[in-house]
Design a protein around this ligand. Structure first.
Ligand code: 13P
Ligand code: SF4
Length: 334
């Protein structure tokens, strides 16, 4: 065991902390976590946890979600890493999207906002205030189909790909909102109106990457994350959240070749043989990868010294309204 790992474990044993890590974390950090999972699992699993501190190894929206759901818990992050997609929308852009829909002839009473969990607490609060809710990549289809029962149009933020992929799967009509133009009557025709955000990592995968692997290995299976472009999803054999991809791959015979379109840290630890990363470039979530063992050690040390680094604090109104949006998802039990 390396010196730093030993030091982290000793420190951890002295403190009332739980280390949480998303699947995209570096292996050495991931291996030290008490709780791991996809975004939905991480939000849920920390609710019943009774440690005083959560040390969250991931990106800011994930740590914030834990804080929103557990206001009395102290949540610290070894890095203030942010998700590039979550950064594409803030409260003002959310308001502007609503305004454009109103200019298009859709009344506010007829809009139900749904935000992908990859958004800031500020955006979740806006959604919560309007009676909307959160979804993750593993429950987006169920949340959207349930939300459509209200008879309202769905304003889906911030990931246009996830919104379009769900719409395509359900045979619904989607449109991407153009923030540079005013109202447009075409928005009246759509069931799901998507904000124009995307994931910089999942955008790297192309239909040509899939063609390349299918030509090379005719029997190969293709699994992708729903943050990929709809053209990539259309050519995939399986589409799912990080946890769903892991489960799918575990149930395959070892001789079955598989190529996977998601972040490389997860793909690399899946299985030793017959597993490929779907990209001609390295699909690395650079911010997820910022957290190192040294950061983890320093964060734990700062807790022991009584002055934790990067503790998440939230404005009370944001906390309250973001909690409404997250709890509506959890109560929906999808
Ligand atoms: P999951 O909910 O599938 O873990 O996705 C989170 C994410 O950020 C994928 O890019
Ligand atoms: Fe955000 Fe994309 Fe990184 Fe996921 S992979 S955390 S969506 S930037």
């Amino acid at each position: 065991m390396s010196n730093i790992v030993e030091k982290i474990q000793k420190l951890k044993n002295r403190l009332n902390v739980t280390i949480v890590a998303h699947f995209y974390q570096k292996d050495e950090v991931f291996q030290l976590a008490d709780i791991t999972g996809d975004s939905l699992e991480l939000a849920k699993k920390t609710i019943d946890n009774n440690s005083e501190f959560i040390v969250f190894c991931g990106v800011a929206f994930m740590g914030e979600s834990v804080k929103v759901l557990n206001p009395n818990k102290r949540v610290v992050m070894p890095k203030t890493a942010c998700c590039s997609m979550a950064k594409m929308i803030d409260g003002k852009y959310f308001d502007k999207s609503v305004e454009i829909l109103k200019q298009s002839g859709i009344t506010i009473e007829n809009i139900l906002p749904v935000t992908y969990i990859n958004s800031s607490a500020e955006v979740k609060a806006k959604v919560g205030e309007m009676g909307g809710l959160v979804c993750t990549s593993s429950n987006a289809e169920k949340i959207i189909s349930n939300s459509l029962k209200s008879g309202k149009k769905i304003l889906f933020v911030p990931d246009r790909c996830l919104g379009q992929n769900v719409a395509n799967k359900m045979g619904l009509k989607s449109e991407v909102i153009n923030l540079n133009q005013g109202g447009n009557s075409k928005y009246l025709e759509a069931d799901i109106l998507c904000y124009d955000g995307f994931c910089s990592v999942h955008q790297l995968f192309t239909p040509e990457d899939i063609d390349f692997f299918r030509e090379k290995y005719p029997d190969i299976l293709v699994a992708t994350h729903p943050e990929c472009d709809p053209a990539v999803v259309a050519k995939s054999d399986f589409v799912g959240s990080t946890s769903q991809i892991i489960k799918f791959v575990k149930n395959l015979p070892l001789e079955q070749k598989i190529v996977i379109g998601t972040e490389f840290n997860l793909v690399n630890r899946l299985r030793e043989k017959n597993t490929f990363v779907l990209s001609s470039t390295k699909p690395e979530c650079s911010t997820m990868n910022e957290t190192t063992l040294e950061d983890l050690y320093n964060t734990l040390k700062s807790i022991e010294d009584g002055n934790p680094f990067y503790e998440i604090t939230l404005d009370m109104d944001i906390q309250k309204n973001a909690k409404l949006a997250l709890e509506r998802m959890i109560e929906a039990k999808f």
